[in-house]
Design a protein around this ligand. Structure first.
Ligand code: ADP
Ligand code: MG
Length: 323
């Protein structure tokens, strides 16, 4: 069995990304980092626990990707540019194959976004993964949750519900053999929408990443901003698989209440609609209008026939969270 030090030395101490703002990376008691002059530091941390956030026996390479991706998604939602990450791994055994595959998934995504792993901690115990990310944003320009105003337009990136449908497939509640692999990819290897977040700085009034389902996450924007919203369900961007599932079951919970898509939900002043539509045409992830910010609190859901969905969508329980 390799020791903790062997594993760190082998997989985490030779960075593929070397940033000039890292004075000292992995290897000492602390990392030494230089925030560029005139930028604010944006910091976020997330923990994934085996049995809660990922299944026992989850594929380690995908897990390495996801652990970083969900954190980068938080930076994206603030409009921040990612720079550094730290990684705390708790492992039941010093399983070198597992660490190698995990590191490969983690470091490949880090490389794509120019993120340097600058430190961490490795301990023994029930398997869990904690990642902290650090990024930069122009002072006063971060995309916060509290900036939405009545009359703002609501947009989302990408497609909603793919990860949720993959979860249903995992539980044996959805069988669509030809689409399950693509859905699984969306659940296991989410794409943080960093370019979208950066492009929306100075344009969006508020933003959040969709980790708990669109209705809940837009609800967080509304609560923080002291406003409400109406979502038009026929406008939600959905893959063919999700569209078909909703048509066949009438279960809107997949695109509305399932989490783990890690798309962005943003609000934009109506006066900037032209700008946002021009941006949407350029961004590979797309930006789709889905609703309006209004004065009355709460999130209202309008069905395609114009009637209101006045309670949590059927099937909501599939996605109910413990915490
Ligand atoms: P200390 O006991 O001083 O906290 P550690 O033995 O925990 O030091 O870590 C030694 C070095 O290795 C530190 O620079 C730490 O940041 C880094 N490190 C430990 N585990 C990881 C990890 N999983 N990923 C990246 N760096 C790590
Ligand atoms: Mg330590």
């Amino acid at each position: 069995m390799p020791s903790e030090f062997d594993l760190i030395a082998r997989y985490f101490s030779r960075p593929r990304v070397r940033r000039s703002d890292v004075v000292l990376g992995v290897g000492d008691d602390c990392a030494l980092l230089e925030v560029p002059p005139g930028r604010q530091l944006a910091v976020s941390i997330d923990t994934l626990v085996e049995g809660t956030h990922f299944a026992c026996g989850a594929e380690p390479r995908a897990l390495g990707h996801k652990a970083l991706a969900v954190n980068l998604s938080d930076l994206a939602a603030m409009g921040a540019e990612p720079a550094w990450a730290t990684l705390a791994l708790t492992l039941p055994t010093a399983d070198e194959d597992w660490v190698e595959a995990f590191a490969a998934g983690f470091l490949a995504l880090a490389e794509v976004h120019g993120v340097q792993l600058v430190g961490g901690d490795t301990t023994r115990g029930p398997r869990s993964v904690t990642v902290q990310v650090h990024g930069f944003v122009e002072p006063g320009r971060a995309l916060r949750r509290d900036g939405a105003r009545p009359g703002d337009l609501v947009y989302v990136t990408g497609t909603l519900g793919d990860a949720g449908l993959a979860l249903l497939a995992q539980q044996g509640l959805f069988v669509g053999l030809d689409t399950v692999a693509a859905l699984r990819e969306r659940l296991d290897r989410p794409t943080p929408r960093l370019a979208v977040g950066r492009a929306l700085v100075g344009v969006a009034s508020a933003a959040i990443d969709v980790s708990d389902g669109l209705a809940a996450d837009l609800g967080h924007i509304c609560a923080a901003s002291g406003v409400g919203a109406t979502l038009y369900l026929d406008r939600l961007p959905c893959s063919t698989a999700v569209r078909t599932y909703v048509a066949e079951t009438g279960d809107w919970s997949v695109p509305v209440a399932a989490g783990d898509d890690y798309e962005l939900c943003v609000t934009v002043p109506a006066a900037r609609q032209g700008e946002i539509e021009a941006l949407a045409a350029e961004l590979p992830a797309g930006l789709h209008w889905v609703g309006m910010i209004e004065r009355p609190p709460g999130v209202r859901l309008v069905l395609p026939d114009g009637s209101m969905l006045d309670r949590a969508p059927a099937g909501y329980d599939h996605f109910a969270r413990d915490g």
